[in-house]
Design a binder for this molecule. Structure first.
Ligand code: AMP
Length: 116
């Protein structure tokens, strides 16, 4: 079980966010520090998985659902094309240890990588 994180508090409603999408297993909302014109986060409601490697091993259906929601959001808010990033581990830039997909779109043509 992962330690409680800011995303756990978003899932429980303790920290309010504007939801862009919600399914039985996942939610999506805007990143508070956008790195691209469109920068959303898609996260599982489960607080069990710290990173995408754990999620892929433990609940691949939810991982697939995160990708589907990312695609739907990219279709609603951009042209359907998007970059999906999972920072996995501190040295890779992960700061919140509740698995999350960064969905980036718009104006990415000149960026080979997105990071802080
Ligand atoms: P990472 O560095 O991959 O762990 O990404 C964590 C992301 O969560 C960062 O891009 C933050 O800007 C974002 N973030 C942290 N807290 C919030 C929040 N309360 N609402 C929206 N985005 C957040």
């Amino acid at each position: 079980m992962a330690e409680e994180t800011v995303f756990g508090k978003i899932v429980s409603g303790e920290i309010p966010v504007d939801l862009l999408a919600e399914t039985d297993r996942v939610i999506a909302f805007r990143d508070m520090h956008p790195q691209a014109p469109i920068h959303f986060l898609v996260i599982p409601k489960s607080t069990e998985y710290a990173n995408v490697v754990e999620l892929a091993a433990g609940d691949p259906e939810t991982l697939a659902e995160m990708v589907t929601v990312a695609k739907q959001l990219a279709e609603e808010h951009a042209n359907g094309e998007f970059r999906l990033i999972f920072n996995s581990g501190e040295s890779a830039g992960q700061t919140v240890f509740h698995v999350h997909a960064h969905v980036l779109a718009g104006g990415l043509e000149e960026r080979s990588l997105v990071g802080s």
